[in-house]
Design a protein around this ligand. Structure first.
Ligand code: ADP
Ligand code: ASP
Ligand code: MG
Length: 411
């Protein structure tokens, strides 16, 4: 007998019938003698609907009230799933994040989990119940409701698994595993039997929303065995492995292609070429809790001024722009330009460490399609480029093919 934490995403619980299907799945694991804790998302579309209403009410919705609003989606699902379980004869109890003391910091709409009190959950499990916890939400130390950022139910699942010392955390979704790239964009993408934490971390941070990045971070930190599986189709899914050595397969140089449609670019042109200027601009943006992604600085030909360009999430563009415009005025900069029609495409692979030539191959594949590269950023196991969003699909397909990731056409 083992303790399993299962997380079901929005499309898996999108209708009453689908919730009944999830109840049957959970019941199957109970029948095998396992203890089961379930984390669920809001029914598909619900979180977007709630955010839409907030945006109608306020240009910049109040973050605290936004969390009170969007956390309601998950509360609906936990209750319905417990009803469905009871209908088929399985005892179950639902809890909001606050009720099982999922304590987070106070960064509304992107809070981080700090601790979970597992006592109540263990008591219920000991009493033979399935425990169903609302994903995506917690409470801060003062009891304010917080949420964990889009896709945050994954992190609830993994954090519960870590706190409870679960034997496995299973993330059930609408695809049957982690693919070489989003299978909805590239039909010839292939499911990976396994992927290293390091690669999964890069894929998630570079935009592959199949797992929220914090979920992967948590799983790596607390060594939670993590698997991504389909709710609708039987199969082994994809195991996220701890060590590169775990891998039985020969490592390809590039394991996957990730992309992020949510990027926007801010350029501050003609800032003085002097120590501390970049720090002044970027720390003001960072202090506003806006995450900065790719950064490029170019010096003018006369070496007197610099152009500083960086990217942020599109939802934070107007906030970043306002901050930067103020500093740019103080610095006497020439202008501030913004562009919200860019995307980031990245190739990821631990095999890159031992192989040269990945960047040139990537740039050539893009050039062959006539795609212009606006910015470049690299790390040991990834190369990212910023391109015009119009070419995103084309770029992803071209890279998928040129790095040999396409599935063979089925006979
Ligand atoms: P859930 O609601 O279950 O959390 P998400 O929509 O958040 O599901 O994540 C699953 C989706 O992630 C898939 O439907 C797929 O379109 C997308 N996705 C992006 N990149 C990948 C990838 N590399 N492998 C698998 N799915 C991916
Ligand atoms: N319901 C939240 C979202 O749509 C959390 C999640 O589904 O993981 O982002
Ligand atoms: Mg998700």
């Amino acid at each position: 007998m083992s303790l399993i934490v299962q997380k079901f995403g929005g499309t898996s619980v999108g209708t009453i019938e689908k919730i009944q299907n999830v109840a049957k799945k959970v019941a199957g694991f109970r029948d095998q003698g396992h203890d089961v804790v379930v984390a669920v998302s809001a029914m598909s579309g619900e979180t977007n609907r709630l955010i839409g209403m907030a945006n109608e009410m306020q240009d910049q919705p109040d973050p605290r009230e936004m969390d009170v609003l969007v956390s309601t989606g998950e509360q609906v699902t936990i209750a319905l799933l417990c009803m469905a379980l009871k209908n088929i004869g399985y005892d179950a109890r639902s809890y909001t994040g606050g009720q099982v003391s999922i304590v987070t910091d106070s960064s509304h709409t992107k809070a981080r989990i700090q601790e979970i009190d597992d006592k109540k959950i263990h008591d219920d499990l000991d009493a033979g119940r399935v425990v169903v916890v609302a994903g995506f939400q917690g409470v801060d130390e003062s009891g304010n409701i917080t949420t964990l950022g889009r896709g945050g139910s994954d992190t609830t699942g993994v954090a519960l698994a870590a706190a409870l010392g679960a034997d496995e955390c299973q993330i059930y979704t609408d695809v049957d595993g982690v693919y070489t790239t989003d299978p909805r964009v590239v039909a010839r993408a292939q499911r990976l039997e396994q992927i290293t934490f390091e690669e999964m971390l890069e894929m998630a941070s570079l935009g592959s929303k199949v797992l929220q990045i914090r979920a992967v971070e948590f799983a790596g930190k607390y060594k939670v065995p993590l698997r991504v599986l389909s709710t609708f189709k039987e199969g082994p899914g994809t195991l996220i492995t701890l060590d590169e050595e775990d891998s039985t397969m020969e490592q390809p140089v590039v394991s996957g292609i990730a992309f992020n449609r949510d990027e926007a670019k801010v350029s501050v042109l003609g800032v003085p070429e002097a120590p501390g200027v970049a720090a002044q601009i970027l720390s003001a943006v960072g202090d506003a809790n806006i995450e900065i992604d790719v950064i490029v600085q170019n010096t003018s030909a006369d070496k007197k001024t610099n152009d500083l360009t960086f990217t942020v999430n599109r939802t934070e563009l107007s906030k970043a722009q306002a901050i930067v415009e103020k500093i740019a005025a103080d610095l006497n900069a020439a202008s501030v330009d913004v562009d919200d029609s860019i995307t980031k495409v990245s190739v990821v692979g631990v095999g890159m460490r031992s192989h040269a030539g990945v960047a040139s191959k990537m740039f050539k594949a893009l050039a062959d399609e006539g795609i212009n590269i606006q910015m470049i950023s690299t790390s040991e196991i990834k190369i990212s480029v910023i391109i015009d969003e119009r070419y995103l699909e084309l770029a992803v397909r071209a890279l998928h093919t040129s790095f040999g990731l396409d599935k063979e056409a089925e006979a």
